[in-house]
Design a protein around this ligand. Sequence first.
Ligand code: GLU
Length: 372
Amino acid sequence: MVKVGSALLTDPETGRINRSWLESLIEDLLRLRRRGQQVILVSSGAIALGRRQLGLPKGPLRLEESQAAAAVGQIRLAHAYKELLESRDITVAQVLLTLEDSERRHRYLNARATLETLLSLGALPVINENDTVATTEIRYGDNDRLAARVAQMAAADCLVLLSDVDGLYTADPNKDPEAGFIKEVLKITPEIEAMGGRSASDVGSGGMTTKILAARIAISAGCHMCIAAGHHRHPVSRIEDGARCTWFVPSATPIAARKQWIAGTLRPAGAVTIDPGAQRALLDGRSLLPAGVTGARGRFERGDTVSILSVEGTEIARGIVTYSDADAVKIMGRKSSEIEGILGFRGRDEMIHRDDLVLLNPEPALKESVGS
Ligand code: GLU
């Protein structure tokens, strides 16, 4: 995943899109895709582009002014991406998210499923915050944290924040000639946080502080994150060629981090009981299908974490459920192909997908007890 800031995307003099630079970035992204990597781009720039078009003055904007600017700028941004990508035979998809899409679980699951679908169909998602509807209280305001949340949602393994600085320093390098460059961060300590306490650049909203907050989200989701200077042409290839940047290194993979988080849920919202066949499938690393569910307890919504109980009532696993308790009861014991006929909509085939499921104490004894 790559995030570009407004300061790189727009020319500070004219307020227009830096087209030849953007083309070089797109070429970098397409090179990653040709290598078989899935690419998501998080792009700022809507407000910067729109304010010029609307003739708004320099300096801080009122909320309604920045929302108006975003409405005008986003369409220009989307147009530029469409032109640049479709002339290279890539389908571009615009995804506008709000804070709620990443914080509310069922919306999080929806956004995640959409991203997965777009990627599997070969489209290149270009993401921004939905600035025209996001009000102050419910707004990220900066695309650094938005990008980190999307990285978490998509279980991305790498997030590159292209910025107007080349990384993290022990002090402000413009003021302090002794300032040391930090190449790698394994843990976000209070010292690292203190290094983020400097002013933001004047075009985008994110400063070093929001980048460090983003790094915290990214590495806890098992995603590597890098802060690198973006103003050169081919900014992503430069990083691969060894250009200076700061890497934040996670201690787990994205899926392992998601599973740790699921296992650590303090109070699962409810529970489903499964039959011995489904239990065997789970132990073999497969998903839980409605066919193997024999009962549901508690009140839960799509996106909640639930316990998975064996016939004996022992909690053997936990996972994020894709149906509410009411729907789960209706489709339990039934084939996935029957779901649409029963519920009236075509939901997921799985009750709990294997990527969202973690076995608790998968001991060999348990495996024997289910008669494998
Ligand atoms: N979403 C804002 C925009 O597109 C930018 C936020 C940021 O600067 O990080 O204009």
